[in-house]
Design a protein around this ligand. Structure first.
Ligand SMILES: Nc1ncnc2c1ncn2[C@@H]1O[C@H](COP(=O)(O)OP(=O)(O)OP(=O)(O)O)[C@@H](O)[C@H]1O
Ligand SMILES: [Mg+2]
Length: 278
């Protein structure tokens, strides 16, 4: 077996607040190869904080510990700031949940993609510009030339999301962490973006962590799924076996999916058992 791209063991993220300690992630472990791994779970279950901790982007006053956190044999906990800077945005990229906070408001979309590219690759301005335009085209931006010179506040939410995806993919990362990357896109554009990610995984052997609360989307798009609940992984499944889920939370989620075949009305509500959070 080849060495996994990413190894996460007993990852914990805590926020020590005035009002007490919030344990956002409580002992998450998983391995990732060059495959598509989905992370699903309800709002607040710790999906984003898991992704951010891997990249060392936990917001203060967050505190991260792990028994092991390594990418391609590099220990991310002891790596120098310089190594982390090179990895981040270069070999590991993350599409954040809200592009509004990730795009620089005083730079045009094109300038930002060029900057991301030149920070990690040696390229002339003309080469970087061509690459940035090609990426905007790749994420199905209509009229890439025009979008290139727009500022983030001049594009729609979905366009901002695609600009982020273009910026994160321009350096050809080995691992992409995509946090709800298609939540602001309509179904057709969302499918296009997923197709691009899919191509990158199968053609270039990229590893992908796809964070979403959309169980159906994740099960159709990913190879493997982690189900999170209250900061823990409660179940890990092959995506195609989602119907055989054993954990009552996953089973409950599955029952809540409307189907065309049967008229399930009213849809069942999910009764959370306090013991799931222990
Ligand atoms: N900056 C912060 N300070 C304190 N607590 C935080 C902070 N960021 C997140 N948390 C807490 O961490 C927990 C997990 O948050 P996280 O953002 O990972 O959830 P999520 O699964 O991504 O949810 P969503 O589906 O809504 O994006 C939540 O209980 C949240 O209150
Ligand atoms: Mg989130």
């Amino acid at each position: 077996m080849t060495k996994p791209l990413l190894e996460v063991e007993d990852l914990r993220v805590r926020f020590h607040l005035r009002t007490g300690t919030v344990e956002a992630v409580r002992g998450v472990s998983f391995h990732l190869g060059r495959e598509r791994l989905g992370i699903v779970g309800e709002s607040g279950s710790g999906k984003s904080q898991t992704g951010r901790a891997i990249l060392g982007l936990t917001p203060p006053p967050g505190d991260v510990t792990a028994k092991r956190l390594s990418f391609d044999g590099i220990d991310l906990q002891t790596a120098s700031k310089r190594t982390l800077r090179q990895l981040r945005g270069g070999r590991i990229s993350m599409v954040m949940q809200d592009p509004k906070y990730s795009l620089n408001p005083v730079m045009t979309i094109g300038e930002q993609i060029i900057e991301a590219y030149q920070a990690h690759k040696k390229a002339s301005n003309a080469e970087a510009r061509d690459k940035a335009l090609a990426m905007l085209e790749a994420v199905k931006m209509r009229d890439p030339q025009r979008v290139f010179s727009l500022y983030p506040h001049e594009v729609s939410g979905g366009m901002g999301q695609r600009a982020m995806i273009a910026m994160m993919l321009v350096t050809d990362p080995d691992l992409l962490i995509a946090d709800e990357p298609t939540s602001a896109l309509d179904v057709t554009v969302s499918m296009e973006v997923l197709r691009i990610l899919d191509e990158l995984v199968s053609e270039r052997g990229m590893g992908l962590i796809f964070i979403s609360h959309d169980l159906k989307l994740v099960s159709s798009f990913c190879d493997r799924v982690l189900v999170m609940y209250a900061g823990r992984v409660v179940e890990e499944l092959e995506a195609k076996n989602l119907r055989e889920a054993k954990h009552p939370y996953t089973q409950g989620l599955m029952r809540c999916l409307p189907t065309l075949k049967d008229d399930v009305r009213p849809l069942p509500t999910l009764n959370r058992d306090p013991s799931w959070a222990l």
